[in-house]
Design a protein around this ligand. Structure first.
Ligand SMILES: [Mg+2]
Length: 240
């Protein structure tokens, strides 16, 4: 595949620049152990039920789309469902667990170690940069602010603010337009094969799949990324 200069670069946020997922299980455990005793609920029982409920809750694409723009509400709904499945009536517990979980997540989340260096590199090179992220306006803005990411981007597009999320074409059209970039000279980097790679590729954008674990493409994947990377600094080599 021929190398093309990167004239504009679009980034996903969660699990691409920001290590979003690695602290999730520990934060649920911490929240259950902190909040359950005063409600006389067994923390281990709730934690066990939550594992199954979380999978079920997020597996439905329509519910995922609806709930991800209000994450605190979504986490509370998940705990409510889990308590219901356990047959526990514990008024106020779901809100307490969700709030405790949110605080733990916020405190524990970190940028990947290579994120700032790579953003600084492309900033220095004068490459227009956009952040294109799905989800909750408040949560995503808070992450951008807390981790000092705003200064790098010429355009920031958050599903909860824009009203539509990836993989809708309008999201990518809008981001490219904001950068003054044409699709065929832009690259998009993200960990979600369909939203971050397949969708922009259909518009002519080059899609880079972030595969930090090195799992490789799932068998039968219809999406064929232009590049697969395990670390962000591979983008710097790609540019040459
Ligand atoms: Mg992501």
């Amino acid at each position: 595949m021929t190398a093309a200069p990167i004239a504009a670069l679009l980034f996903d946020l969660d699990d691409t620049l920001l290590d979003y997922s690695s602290g999730v299980d520990g934060s649920w455990a911490g929240a259950c152990h902190a909040c359950c005793p005063q409600a006389s609920v067994d923390p281990a029982a709730l934690l066990g039920e939550l594992a199954e409920t979380r999978r079920w809750f997020w597996d439905d694409p329509e519910r995922h789309r609806r709930e991800r723009v209000n994450m605190l509400g979504a986490w509370q709904h998940i705990v409510e469902f889990a308590l219901e499945r356990l047959g526990c009536a514990a008024p106020g517990l779901a809100a307490a667990v969700a709030g405790d979980f949110a605080a733990r997540r916020r405190e524990g989340m970190r940028l990947f170690p290579d994120a700032l260096e790579v953003l600084e590199h492309f900033r220095r090179q004068g490459v227009p940069l956009a952040l294109v992220t799905n989800g909750d306006a408040v949560q995503q803005r808070d992450k951008i602010e807390r981790h000092g990411l705003g200064r790098f981007f010429d355009a920031i597009l958050i599903e909860g603010e824009f009203g539509t999320g990836k993989p809708e074409e309008v999201v990518y059209h809008h981001a490219l337009q904001a950068l003054g970039a044409s699709a065929t000279t832009a690259w998009m980097v993200g960990d979600h094969l369909e939203w971050d790679v397949g969708a922009p590729q259909r518009l002519g954008v080059r899609g880079v799949w972030m595969d930090r674990e090195g799992r490789g493409l799932p068998s039968g994947s219809v999406v064929r990324p232009h590049r697969i990377i395990r670390a962000l600094d591979e983008l710097i080599v790609l540019e040459r």
